[in-house]
Ligand binder design. Structure first.
Ligand SMILES: [Zn+2]
Length: 76
């Protein structure tokens, strides 16, 4: 399964406490539709984090992260 073709439901820049550079916060729907997948990109550093916020999907899938903001859902 590949969520990258899906449009994020949230796409905004956030400034964590005291941070001078923004974090891009993106949310996508999870496969079952009850929860979501969160992606946070630290602008200017190339770092990012992606995780599942859904108890149902977290049992079945995990997120595999690669370089260049390319993460994907893989079945456990
Ligand atoms: Zn789900």
């Amino acid at each position: 399964m590949n969520d990258r073709s899906e449009k994020p439901i949230v796409d905004e820049e956030r400034y964590p406490n005291g941070a001078s550079s923004p974090t891009r916060h993106l949310e996508y729907r999870c496969p079952c539709g009850k929860g979501k997948i969160i992606e946070e990109r630290v602008v200017g550093f190339g770092d990012y984090y992606a995780w599942l916020e859904c108890k149902t999907c977290a049992k079945k899938y995990e997120i595999e992260t690669g370089c260049g903001y390319l993460w994907k859902l893989v079945e456990k």
